[in-house]
Design a protein around this ligand. Structure first.
Ligand code: SF4
Length: 701
């Protein structure tokens, strides 16, 4: 794909896929991106993975939406029934004026019935400026906080625990800090596939003698580099982590000085941990006491230790408790706020950190300022030109879908998200979207969600946009348009502004830099970060002065909490929401693959990536397949209490014999038809990582 030497122009931007935020140079010929090269950004130092290097051509795919579309009056009933190659059966083309006028008119009609009858999902794939405008659109336009995005499905529970216990939802150290660490834990994450460039730093760390502890119910690829691999039972995170901390307490390996100076609630945590000896926990977590002791000593005795985690930790009904344990482990060993130490939830989408920072969440305004505070809301409405909005925390993604299903929310504006693929128990979500009186979808492709739309607004891919994004490291970087959007498609922020005007909001922005300037008025995290600086620099927030490139490590001198102290919050063992039984005897877990990104809307339209990985598949242990009489490559049936899919089976020795792993990128065998919508009570994140499942051979006719 692409010719390195032959191009007309080159533009610097940021990879549109994962939260690593690799900087790229886009080589353009004849108005098309022909080649992508990694350049020297602080997160990637010239490296790219297969997605960043080869996965760019989706932006030129013939399925790109190029005209506004309005559902035809004679269209078939709403369902997952539109051919993306021929939209004319369901939609007719419209001018921007007509589509925006109609969208605005119908939004106003719904608002007049009840302001709460409209909700919005913004996107972690859009820029910071676009995320900021989207939450402002709902809050200023509809006076409530029912606005959310995919962070609810990935790290909401991590953020909830981090805000509770260290006072901030972002990482305390960049992943590159691993070069200063002696030991690192990677738990519930599969960075070789999901954060591949970050994984290269982890591998280098082990080559220079760093001790890597990998903990995961799946034998993820990083195990090949691990000093210790703990393949614990699915859903048993708290029992394992509490057992590790029990050893640290019993053997007095904790850092008394740090605990005394910088934390609170230690006595309660210490007393709580007494009940979690490795001998007691081994039957729950499946890890031998000896190994638990070795790992506890290895982490506690190191000079500096980092903890990385992913959705294997967060996507549980006890996801917040899992993160609380990791935070406690770091605090008791003094591993926050110094080189080579810290807490790092590996963020999934390229701008999920930035979209969350920008307030695209129902309980917080930008910079995690609570909507319940009158002073905070006033500080925003002063900037926005008046009008108050509700002090009630808004509904989250799955709560909004439930209210749509119940008929209480009648209109939705969805920008760049695909909940008809990504929600748990997705048939329920699809049924809900089919009931909406008004669904406005703003996207680059006819996603599964857009199948249910009344009005479709054609938007821009990241390589067609101007703005900023913030990666998992808190690094703010500029993205720039290398090519123009196809046809009549427009940048997302422009569409939101045009729609805002039609619902009566007095918005006027000349360009993305003006939106960024407005964000800075109420976001201290952006202090000393200017549009000018971002022309040539990446800045890690917080930046202490105008020439400070930013702070890779935070909280060395206290936490943004009362008295500057972090908190220990003890966690107890909670079983997964549903248990395997005679009818559903195995455990299903879901996730991503190296080649396919989230719901597949981009990567399945990328020639190289879809050629390498063209077919829906799931992985089981070869012994399990043998017992079933199934050969790798055969199609099998997976059934949970929500539904059933048929999917190709692969053999993977790293999967436990009672488990099946299902990637969620494939619409033809959508993993989320099967997943459990039960949610964590704090982060409100669904339990994507655990469902009781029946696995069956499909007998030939
Ligand atoms: Fe893109 Fe992530 Fe790969 Fe970097 S590691 S090239 S950001 S997908």
């Amino acid at each position: 794909v692409g010719d390195r030497a032959d191009y007309d122009s080159e533009t610097e931007s940021v990879c549109p896929f994962c939260g690593v935020g690799c900087k790229v140079s886009l080589k353009v010929k004849d108005g098309k991106v022909k080649y992508v090269e990694g350049i020297n950004g602080p997160a990637n130092e010239g490296r790219l993975c297969v997605k960043g290097r080869f996965g760019f051509d989706y932006i030129h795919h013939p399925h790109r939406l190029t005209k506004p579309l309005i559902r035809r009056e004679d269209a078939p009933a709403k369902g997952l029934n539109v051919d993306p190659g021929d939209l004319s059966t369901h939609f007719r083309e419209a001018t921007w004026e007509e589509a925006l006028d109609l969208a605005g008119k119908r939004l106003v009609e719904l608002r007049e019935q009840d302001t709460k009858s409209v909700a919005g999902f913004g996107s972690a794939k859009c820029t910071n400026e676009e995320a900021y405008l989207f939450q402002k659109f709902i809050r200023q336009g509809f006076k409530h906080n029912n606005v959310d995005h995919c962070t609810r499905l990935c790290h909401a529970s991590s953020v909830s625990a981090l805000i509770e216990n260290v006072g901030s939802g972002a990482v305390t150290a960049t992943f590159n800090e691993i070069e200063n660490a002696d030991v690192a834990i990677v738990i519930g994450a599969n960075p070789i596939e999901n954060h591949p460039v970050a994984a290269t730093y982890f591998k280098q760390f082990t080559k220079r003698g760093g001790k890597l502890i990998v903990m995961d119910p799946r034998g993820v690829g990083m195990r090949r580099f691990a000093t210790e691999m703990l393949q614990f039972r699915p859903g048993a995170d708290v029992s394992l982590l509490n057992a590790i901390m029990n050893v640290i307490v019993e053997e007095e390996l904790y850092d008394s000085q740090y605990i005394h100076r910088w934390t609170e609630n230690w006595d309660a945590e210490k007393a709580h941990l007494k009940d979690f000896s490795p001998e007691k926990m081994t039957d729950i977590c499946g890890i031998e006491p000896d190994q638990i002791r070795r790992v506890a000593r290895m982490f506690a005795k190191a000079n500096a230790g980092l903890i990385f985690w992913g959705m294997g930790v967060s996507q549980h009904i006890h996801g917040t408790d899992n993160s609380r344990c990791l935070i406690s482990l770091a605090l008791m060993t003094g591993n926050v706020g110094k080189p080579g130490a810290g807490l790092h939830p590996l963020r999934g989408q390229n701008n999920v950190q930035g979209a969350s920072d920008a307030g695209l969440i129902p309980m917080f305004l930008p910079d995690y300022q609570t909507v319940t505070s009158d002073d905070v809301r006033k500080s925003f409405t002063d900037v926005w030109g008046g009008g108050d909005f509700s002090d009630e925390k808004g509904l989250t993604v799955t709560e909004i879908v439930d209210q749509v299903y119940a008929g209480n929310i009648k209109g939705m504006y969805i920008q760049g998200e695909n909940p008809a693929m990504s929600d748990p128990d997705v048939d329920h979500a699809r049924d809900a979207f089919a009931k909406l009186d008004l669904l406005i979808v703003q996207d680059i492709f006819l996603t599964e969600t857009a199948n249910f739309a009344d009005i479709i607004l054609p938007a821009s891919a990241l390589y067609e946009k101007n703005g900023t994004v913030s990666n998992t490291n808190r690094q703010v970087q500029r993205v720039r348009p290398a090519v123009a959007p196809p046809g009549d498609a427009r940048e997302d922020w422009k569409i939101t502004v045009d729609l805002a005007k039609r619902i009566g909001l007095p918005w006027d922005y000349k360009d993305a830099s003006e939106i960024f300037a407005e964000m800075k008025l109420n976001m201290k995290s952006l202090d000393n970060i200017t549009w000018e600086r971002l022309r040539t620099e990446t800045v890690t927030y917080p930046s202490l002065h105008e020439t400070d490139p930013g702070q890779p490590i935070v909280f060395g001198d206290g936490f943004p909490r009362p008295e500057g102290r972090a908190r220990f919050t003890p966690a107890s063992v909670i079983a997964p929401d549903e248990a395997p039984d005679a009818e559903y005897p195995m455990v299903m877990t879901t996730g991503r693959q190296l080649e396919h990104w989230h719901t597949g809307s981009m990567t399945r339209r990328s020639l190289v990536l879809d050629t390498v990985e063209p077919e829906a598949n799931c992985s089981l242990n070869p012994r399990t397949l043998k017992l079933m009489g199934v050969e790798p490559g055969d199609t099998i049936r997976l059934t949970t209490r929500r539904g059933s899919i048929e999917i190709m089976a692969r053999a993977d020795r790293a999967i436990a014999e009672d488990m099946v792993f299902v990637p969620f990128a494939y619409v033809e065998a959508a993993a989320n038809i099967l997943t459990n919508p039960a949610i964590d009570p704090y982060g409100k994140i669904p339990e994507f990582k655990y469902a009781a499942v029946r696995v069956e051979k499909i007998e030939a006719d």
